[in-house]
Write a protein that binds this ligand. Structure first.
Ligand SMILES: [Zn+2]
Length: 232
């Protein structure tokens, strides 16, 4: 990965108003995974996405905002994480055919090229943090930070990115059941937990818009909506 840069750089085409301030690498300890919620997400839309890196449906990684910029991408994970969006409208649970946002088309399937792109994006953030004197220790799902994003990023992306990063890069998702604010825990199916070990069925709100294009949160203090438990 030495010297690798994202495949497509749109940093000078994304709105700088979305960059609230520049964080130090010491403030940034995690990565949050997302899906755009739109099947057939257009490559031309990446500058409008509120994320640091985007994985397109062809597997290329787009660099949308500087990794250290604070942007309103991940709700209660805004302050201390870097956001990766994956293009598509993915199911919450692959064993539940209807568990995707009805307004976003699809459902989408995660290709081998996209999985490779997602993992390059994760490694790039980990490497950049290390170069900057920080350390990435955590990887989260957006749904852990806000109830209204129960489908984000969905089972396929979580398995290919979150579970992979835990096993390969030894990152943590905060410990069993970890959430912030009114967020929801990672479903057992996402983590590949055996059915007998599963707790209550995971909830997915498919009526909620999963689209995060142009997303802005109105209250700049929203990240202070609660005092989160320290992740493990
Ligand atoms: Zn999200």
């Amino acid at each position: 990965m030495d010297g690798w840069q994202p495949d497509v750089n749109v940093l000078d085409r994304s709105p700088i108003e979305k960059r609230k301030r520049l964080r130090s690498w010491r403030e940034i300890t995690g990565i949050t995974l997302h899906q755009t919620g739109i099947h057939g997400f257009a490559a031309s839309a990446w500058p409008r996405a509120t994320c640091h890196l985007g994985v397109h449906s062809d597997g290329r990684v787009y660099w949308v905002h500087p990794l250290r910029s604070l942007i309103w991408a991940s709700d209660a994970f805004n302050r201390d994480t870097v956001a990766i969006e994956v293009a598509g409208n993915f199911r919450g649970d692959e064993s539940v055919p209807t568990s995707f946002w009805a307004g976003g088309g699809g459902p989408s399937q995660l290709s081998e090229a996209m999985i490779a792109g997602l993992r390059r994006a994760i490694r790039f953030i980990v490497d950049e943090a290390q170069r900057g004197g920080g350390a990435i220790s955590h990887i989260f799902a957006h749904r852990q930070a806000i109830r209204g994003k129960s489908l984000c990023p969905g089972q396929q992306i979580w398995r290919a990115g979150g579970v992979w990063a835990r096993e390969t890069l030894h990152l943590s998702s905060g410990g069993p059941g970890y959430t912030r604010c009114d967020g929801l825990p990672i479903p057992p199916a996402w983590d590949g937990v055996a059915p007998s070990a599963q707790g209550p069925a995971a909830s997915f709100d498919v009526s909620c818009s999963a689209s995060e294009l142009d997303q802005e949160f109105p209250d700049p203090d929203e990240e202070n909506c609660c005092l989160p438990d320290e992740p493990k």
